[in-house]
Design a protein around this ligand. Sequence first.
Ligand code: PEP
Ligand code: MG
Length: 570
Amino acid sequence: MLELHGLAVSSGVAIANAYCLVEPDLSFEQRTITNTDGEIGRFQQAVGQAKLELQEIQALAEKKFGEEEAAIFAAHLLLLEDPEFIDGIILKIQSGLNAEYALHEISAMYIAMFEAMDSTYMQERSADIQDVSKRLLAHLLEVEIPDYSRISSEVIIVADDLTPSMTAQLDTKYVKGFVTNIGGKTSHSAILARTMGIPAVVGAKTATQSIKHGEKIILDGTFGKVIVEASPKMFEYYESRQRAYEQSAQELEKYRTLASVSADGYEVEIAGNIGKPEDVEKLIEAGADGIGLFRTEFLYMNRQSLPDEEEQFVAYRTVLERMQGKPVVVRTLDIGGDKYLPYLKLPEESNPFLGYRAIRLCLHEQEIFRIQLRALLRASAFGNLKIMFPMIATLEEFRAAKEMLLEEKQRLLQDGILVSDGIEIGLMIEIPSAAIIADLFAMEADFLSIGTNDLIQYSLAVDRMNENVSYLYQPHHPAVLRLIKMIIDAGHSHGRWVGMCGEMAGDDITIPILLALGLDEFSMNAATILKARAQISTLSKEKLAAHTDQILRLSTASDVEQYVQEFLLG
Ligand code: PEP
Ligand code: MG
């Protein structure tokens, strides 16, 4: 038995076969062939298998993402039918080369030819040839190229890392959890695991080396463990843990229809975070009081071009209508950092988290931003929309974004298009500079939403994705708590409501502190909502408030955690 340890980022237990998303070894040697007919037959068989595989992937992609997005696979299929390409390889085999080497020679020639062309479109076609050649080579070498979009039985994904766009594509019908070598507690793949309600462990360092594709493993997302080659007793133990987990979830059911009120009658809003319109269903099931964060960048991912105004309008309207008048806070495009769009050719940066991202990009690429703003404004007529801007560092940025929003509103109104006149406009406070002048923002914004995932990263200068420094990623660091208090007080002194949509809002150690500080809205993943509501119902805001001065005077994160455990949770 082998036990791997990582960061517990999404709780629950999964037991299933490992699906290793690891690049296979595609190395081969040049050989001289005497039976060239046999070799041609082997090559043609690989072409046939690749075609079948591509047809299957194309059909799947069409069903999931639409015809336009599946077009890339049609292009790959065409290449497999291109006589120049295929016959070129066959000719090489006839000259006595093995199929792998013949394929390599011809595809290298085509790749070089396309890359030398003037048009970017043609240059990009070289990537298609690379993809198709890799697929053919894998068939020739009889190795499997892992492809998460084709998983059709229950698995636990094992990978070095998962990008947010890959994670968003995982089908939870089959993917029961994941473990990665790298990653931090608030990297977006971890956040998505919580949104999807599947257990996950990240930063397990050697997962891809220690786990074999297809072997049955246990994933403990609550304690950050993965168990390989488990004994029957171990399986039994974890199966009982799975049952207990389901039962405790059932016990929380009664909070679904109750208001979010503390034991002494103080009402807050417990809202949910979503990335895609479909995520709304889970929030409704969990009885969310609203949506505190719609990460709209996910609408822009896993496709080959920007979504247009109409498509975005439909997505926003769907969410607003499903929430039936409950508040829906939509965050404008927050791309950059660990979230990137391959079709937006952005400059390579050495510090992407500090770089050209989110509102910085939107204020420059105005057309992209204005399309989103127009779609949002049009959708506002269908529900209770609030809009906020991400990564605001200066007042000028907030003013410029707000001005563009108001300009687009004017244009729509002039064209006779209905726009709600009650849209609140706010911003995320996730950069220390904005936290420190939150009072100035509160004078010009309708609300503030604290983005602790980034606020912690920037306050402690600790990369939220890096497992090597995750010990420094301290939500309860006194500096973070003092900033949170400053922001809440600044908002309240100007009569604004203050929410939190970072992961801290759903953390059971933090909730009593936030309640004591007077946070108005707690926005979290669907799976945490009922637990948070149940916890708040047992807490008295007034009693907690008596501890705030003492908590804010504590020196370290662990002192804070100990204090909360001892005096506030007991
Ligand atoms: C945050 O930074 O706290 C936040 C909610 O935004 P994201 O996690 O998408 O960066
Ligand atoms: Mg953020």
